[in-house]
Design a protein around this ligand. Structure first.
Ligand code: NAD
Length: 289
């Protein structure tokens, strides 16, 4: 079993660390928020008063932080004290450029590092069924398997450093466009006198089927567990979708890519997030009515 340092014990990191403890690993945790620390302790994490103390002696160091600036700041602190041969895994959602920068920083200290953002939300973190999209060398990927396994439903090696974050921004740009398109279809159907259930039955059995309708259906009724049945309580909060689309647009700009639908979706979500950042992102249908 492995000694793993886990930095960032929030909504996602807390349950991910708990699953590592359940799998028999020794987990050294740190988070500046006292409530996160208390919950982690209750789940069997050995909590330390600072990140640099948590990483001392750890064979694997996982970060699950809110953004790239914090990941870079955290790496600047912990890299000088990480033990020789330690593997770093960053599961935060950050830009491809930041992911490549922290990978280079780790390499400068002689340490292997992977970007391994996740999909599946808090539910997947609790259940240990997250999808990990991993960027890094074959050797580092192979050595991460036993650490990722207790937290994962699926682990995909996407390529070299930054490739995991690249996959994450591309996937979420598709998701944003699809959720808007499905919302537009339900609003148009309502105006044409078509019942929500009839449209749901047709789309889910036809070529328009996608997660945004078969699981995250934006009208109440057809999918009882979708956020539309619960005042659009997330689910996947608009604030997080807006953050991910910001990263996608940075990537579009830095590569001079052409993404007219993704760019428009990013504008619509940025506007929606100004007032409704805490609602599930499927609530964007409300702006279409
Ligand atoms: P969160 O805000 O609940 O947790 C982040 C935690 O990091 C906080 O508890 C914060 O106190 C802690 N932190 C900040 N600086 C730290 C430091 N230097 N050392 C240790 N801890 C520090 O956020 P979350 O929802 O858990 O998301 C974490 C990451 O996962 C984000 O990058 C997010 O975009 C991504 N993500 C979230 C979801 C989701 O559904 N919540 C899904 C997929 C990906």
């Amino acid at each position: 079993m492995t000694t793993i340092a886990f930095l960032g014990l929030g909504h996602m990191g807390g349950p991910m660390a708990a699953n590592l403890v359940k799998a028999g690993h020794t987990v050294h945790g740190f988070d500046p928020v006292p409530a996160a620390v208390e919950e982690a302790k209750a789940n069997g994490v050995n909590v330390f008063p600072a990140g640099i103390e948590a990483v001392a002696g750890a064979e694997v160091i996982i970060t699950m932080l809110p953004n790239g600036a914090l990941v870079k700041q955290c790496y600047a602190e912990i890299l000088p004290v990480a033990q020789t041969g330690a593997l770093l895994i960053d599961s935060s959602t950050i830009s491809v450029d930041d992911a490549r920068e922290v990978n280079r920083l780790a390499a400068d200290h002689g340490l292997a590092q992977l970007d391994a953002p996740v999909s599946g939300g808090v539910k997947g973190a609790v259940a240990g069924t997250l999808a990990f999209m991993v960027g890094g060398t074959d050797e580092a990927f192979a050595s991460a398997q036993s650490t990722l396994e207790p937290m994962a439903g699926k682990v995909i090696h996407c390529g070299s450093p930054g490739a995991g974050q690249a996959a994450k921004v591309c996937n979420n740009m598709v998701l944003a466009v699809q959720q808007i398109a499905i919302g537009e279809a339900f609003v148009l159907a309502e105006k044409l006198g078509l019942a929500d259930q009839a449209l749901f039955d047709v789309i889910t059995g036809a070529t328009g089927n996608c997660w945004s309708v078969h699981t995250n259906c934006p009208v109440p009724g057809p999918v009882p567990a979708s956020p539309a049945n619960n005042d659009f309580k997330p689910g996947f909060a608009t604030a997080l979708m807006n953050k991910d689309l910001g990263l996608a647009m940075d990537a579009v700009r830095s590569t001079s890519s052409n993404a007219p639908l993704g760019s428009h979706a990013a504008q619509l979500y940025a506007r929606f997030a100004e007032q409704h950042s805490d609602l599930d992102f499927s609530a964007i249908i409300q702006t279409l009515r």
